[in-house]
Write a new protein. Structure first.
Length: 403
RNA sequence: GUGGGAUUAGCUCAGUUGGUUAGAGCACUAGUUUGUGGCACUGGGGGCCGCGAGUUCGAAUCUCGUAUCCCACCCCA
């Protein structure tokens, strides 16, 4: 038997219902916030992700499905959604056009990781990107949008917040931090030595107790913000307070993608195991410029749909549609014809075998149909059809013309 | 990429110190005498015991390899 590749799942039946339920719900909310759908290719030039996500990140460094195609192009399956949207934004010259552009998307992402619960090699994200708004109000709106979506799904969460600084304060901080790390480098763990080069801020939330004790006196990013970043961060907190969005400041929160600056946030669930981040995002004011566009402020987030699926509280299923059955062989073709007519406007199922009434009612019940429509010898003789409403438990026999 | 656990029917799981034909519940299917569903009762179909080697007279059971899932690390959504 040929099986699906490691870390790749089929989505069907109940899972599919949850999946589409979430996408519809999230899409509606995104539209309420003024976002428009965008679809970008699954396959992109590898350079796009190297330049945006960053070569130092794990995602680009070791998790990409990268290969050379038949035209000798270095390509890869997208590991995340932002880079493609930014590329499209620039390619369509929307950066030159100016103004505000807001997009949402959903679709598969690919990362060659070791699978675990909540961590797949092909997984799905729902995300939004906003271009052209420098105001921190947009950051706040994004966060409130995630909260709206999670609330609508009945999902509990904790919101973690941080500011990563901008090009004024971040490089200086980074330099100071690296200097600090070097001062204790002999005693820190191997992972931290590696992080010092790739993403020095990451050392701050190392799980190793010895490292933690050494980092007590490390410089804190939150204390090194420039005036602009500091005041925006204060504004953001104030807005969230006023809108009753609870948050925790996590000074060690670092987004694993290199393009983030200023606002960084992560929504975490305590109910799905160690892969607990259900949504994450932040501001990335420099990315458009990095990718050769005109400098444009931007902010966005992405949600992991598979992680959310386990947590979504689905609305109760209602009885819906019609079930058609015949009690007489001679009526089989008639009920199929009636089913076809009904299908023009409603969900309708047809049983192809003549059975007694009891079996048909069972059948209608099993597929959760609202109406059970039967033609037997009586109905055939009188040109009528017997219809039972399985929800209200009422029944009637009506002429085929009226039906 | 590192370390650990698991894998038996469609699903959830039993399976004795290695010993006849591998079980249960749910699900599926057919009936319970012929026009009233969800219930109940009685039958029935379903298993390369993840896959491949090895030990043994004999392996679901022991050993090794391998695949997948799960847990922790790592990372992230």
């Amino acid at each position: 038997m040929i099986k699906s590749l490691r870390g790749m799942n089929d989505i069907l039946s109940e899972d599919y219902e949850r999946f589409t339920y979430f996408i519809e719900l999230a899409s509606n909310i995104a539209q309420n916030y003024g976002f428009h759908y965008i679809e970008t290719p699954l396959l992109e030039e590898t350079a796009l992700f190297k330049r945006s996500v960053g070569e130092s990140s794990d995602i680009v460094g070791k998790e990409m499905y990268q290969f050379i195609d038949k035209g000798e192009n270095d390509v890869c399956l997208r590991p995340e959604g932002t880079a493609g949207v930014v590329r499209a934004f620039i390619q369509k010259k929307l950066d030159k056009a100016g103004g505000i552009h807001r997009f949402f998307y959903h679709g598969p992402m690919f990362r060659y990781e070791r699978p675990q619960k909540g961590r797949l090699r092909e997984f799905h994200q729902f995300g939004v990107e906003s271009f052209g708004v420098a105001s921190v109000y947009e950051d706040a709106s994004m966060i409130m949008m995630v909260a709206d979506i999670l609330d609508a799904c009945g999902i509990g969460y904790r919101l973690q917040l941080n500011s990563l600084g901008d090009s004024n304060c971040m490089p200086q901080y980074r330099e100071n931090l690296v200097k600090f790390i070097e001062s204790v480098e002999d005693e820190i763990c191997e992972d931290c030595k590696r992080r010092k080069k790739s993403n020095p801020i990451r050392v701050l939330d190392c799980k190793n107790e010895k490292c933690q004790s050494l980092y007590v006196d490390a410089p804190k990013l939150i204390n090194s913000l420039c005036d602009g970043c500091q005041s925006d961060f204060e504004k953001l907190k104030k807005i969230l307070d006023e809108n009753n969005i609870a948050y925790e400041i996590d000074t060690n929160l670092v987004r694993g993608l290199d393009y983030y600056s200023k606002t960084a946030f992560e929504f975490v669930s305590d109910n799905i195991g160690s892969q607990s981040a259900i949504a994450g995002g932040g501001r990335y004011d420099r990315l458009v410029e990095f990718l050769d566009g005109r400098a444009t402020p931007a902010v966005g987030f992405a949600m992991g749909i598979e992680r959310l699926m386990e947590l979504i509280v689905m609305p109760e299923k209602k009885r819906e549609g019609y079930y058609f059955g015949a009690m007489d062989e001679e009526a089989l073709e008639l009920i199929l014809k009636l089913t076809q007519q009904k299908r023009k406007s409603k969900k309708a199922a047809c049983d192809y075998k003549a059975k007694n009434l009891k079996n048909h009612l069972k059948g209608a019940d099993k597929i959760n149909a609202r109406f059970c429509c039967i033609i037997g010898s009586n109905e055939l003789a009188n040109n009528t059809i017997w219809v039972k409403d399985l929800l209200n438990k009422t029944e009637e026999t009506i002429s085929l013309e009226e039906f």
